[in-house]
Design a protein around this ligand. Structure first.
Ligand SMILES: Cc1cc2nc3c(=O)[nH]c(=O)nc-3n(C[C@H](O)[C@H](O)[C@H](O)COP(=O)(O)OP(=O)(O)OC[C@H]3O[C@@H](n4cnc5c(N)ncnc54)[C@H](O)[C@@H]3O)c2cc1C
Length: 434
């Protein structure tokens, strides 16, 4: 069987692997990306709601989202190479988060002030004035439809935090394709329909990977960007057990029903985080909505042992639950008669914060645990991984002396220890909000 030597092997050609490939190939490294799927971004990236927002829970996570947003705002410039298949586009809608139990937005506002992120606090009347399609009543806590209290009238009114600059990327898979195309321009190679089945070592350091076909790729650096399969890859490398934060695949369903009048893109409808009812939604092209959930306590979580063995269709019960909840917030929403949506997988960590880190196996790095909220941070993940690799090459142990990446826009440093596999504490919403 053939053996290929290269500088870096990246396992996974989703938005993360493609972004890392672009950054490393731009900086002169010879990169091979290996993906068992058929195209860049065809894995969980293709199912992404691709929302770009800045509402995280702490300094590093909000700063990271804000710095990354600048690259989505100027996507063509960030990618640097025009993709003949078209470029993904940023759709600016603004982002509205209802203020309810457990979410007062105060910490966000403090940090948004510090970073210069514009926002407004809107009274229920102001929300209704701008978007009459909303019911601004308070229903908290989110409930299952079997709960007799599900149909209760609202008992209070909700204010909201609105930032005008958030939005979404129109096509997340195309964004990954754009990154891969640019990385190829800089010399990276992408191999599809090839599955990594073994991580190899030379003594105490990583030395490459072996594929199902028996082919070997030898490299002093191997990066795990395998999305929902990343925990299996970390186990393969023998580094999973040392981690203090673990991660595993979580099955999700997202829906795409028609948007009611007053809540389409042409109506200037915003992206909405509605923790009051346990949902998020946004307008989508074609007069559709994109609807997902925020893991409210009443919804069971479906963690999987095997990211290759799951059902990718939506279930009737969950569809009904999510659609009826949506109708509480958008009273003119007409519940569709057929199931419109898909099943998909997140790679969720214990605290819903990602893992951008080295490991105890020198040369083996990870960009995973993206917890349903890291599409927006893909542009800078390449730089994070390059910084971690260069630190290791300079003999700096990031576990002991954490490395930082300077935010080019704010001039403030993002401390990568926030994404360490060894962290024991993190300020986090504990759900997809991160
Ligand atoms: C339904 C849904 C909604 C989301 N909404 C948002 C959002 O609104 N905003 C946001 O910021 N984020 C969101 N996310 C999260 C974001 O989309 C993901 O974090 C991101 O796309 C993950 O990219 P990835 O490259 O890590 O994984 P993937 O895109 O899954 O790529 C991993 C790749 O690894 C390959 N692979 C796996 N195992 C192997 C192996 N053994 N050998 C070779 N290749 C392998 C797979 O084939 C796959 O292509 C959402 C995610 C989902 C699923």
């Amino acid at each position: 069987m053939s053996t290929t030597k290269t500088d870096v092997v990246i396992i996974g050609g989703g938005v993360m692997g493609a972004s890392i490939a672009l950054e490393l190939s731009r900086h002169g490294r010879k990169v091979v990306v290996i993906d068992k799927g058929g195209a860049a971004g065809a894995g969980s990236t293709s199912a992404s709601s691709a929302i770009i927002r800045f509402t995280y829970s702490n300094f590093n996570t909000i700063l990271m989202a804000w710095e990354n947003a600048q690259h989505w705002f100027n996507w063509n410039q960030f990618v640097g190479i025009e993709d003949p298949d078209g470029m993904a586009k940023y759709i600016q809608t603004g982002y509205l988060v209802f203020l309810t139990e457990g979410y007062d937005g105060l910490r966000q506002r403090e940090l948004w002030d510090e970073f210069g992120i514009p926002y407004e606090v809107l009274s229920p009347e102001e929300v209704k004035k701008r978007w009459p399609a909303f019911e601004t009543g308070k229903f908290y806590p989110p409930k299952a439809i079997e709960d007799p209290a599900f149909a209760d009238d609202p008992y209070d009114q909700l204010s909201a935090l609105f930032d005008p600059l958030s939005g979404f990327m129109d096509d997340p898979m195309l964004a990954a394709h754009n990154l891969a195309h640019a990385a190829k321009h800089h010399g990276a190679e992408f191999l599809f329909h090839k599955e990594v089945t073994e991580i190899i070592r030379d003594g105490d350091v990583v030395s490459g990977v072996v594929l199902k076909t028996g082919e070997r790729f030898e490299a002093p650096i191997v990066i795990n960007a395998a999305g929902p399969h990343a925990a299996a890859i970390n186990r393969m490398a023998g580094v999973y057990d040392e981690m203090k934060v673990h991660h595993r695949p979580l099955r999700q369903e997202v829906f795409s029903p028609p948007a009611p009048k007053g809540f389409r893109l042409e109506d200037n409808a915003p992206v909405v985080a509605d923790l009051d009812l346990g949902q998020y939604f946004r307008p989508h092209m074609g007069d559709l909505l994109n609807v997902g959930t925020t893991e409210p306590a009443c919804d069971p979580l479906h963690f999987l042992d095997d990211a290759d063995n799951w059902n990718d269709s939506v279930s009737v019960e969950f569809f009904e639950r999510v659609m009826l909840r949506l109708a509480r917030r958008l009273p003119d929403f007409g519940i569709p008669h057929k199931l419109l949506g898909i099943g998909a997988l997140y790679d969720v960590t214990d605290d819903w914060i990602p893992l951008y880190d080295k490991s105890s196996l020198p040369g083996f790095f990870m960009a995973c645990g993206t917890s349903g909220n890291q599409f927006k941070n893909a542009p800078l993940v390449g730089k994070f991984m390059r910084t971690l690799i260069e630190a290791q090459e300079q003999g700096i142990d990031h576990d002991i002396t954490p490395v930082e990446v300077m935010g080019e826009f704010t001039g403030m440093p993002i401390n990568l220890s926030a994404f360490s596999r060894l962290r024991t504490q993190a300020d986090t919403a504990g759900n997809v909000m991160g």
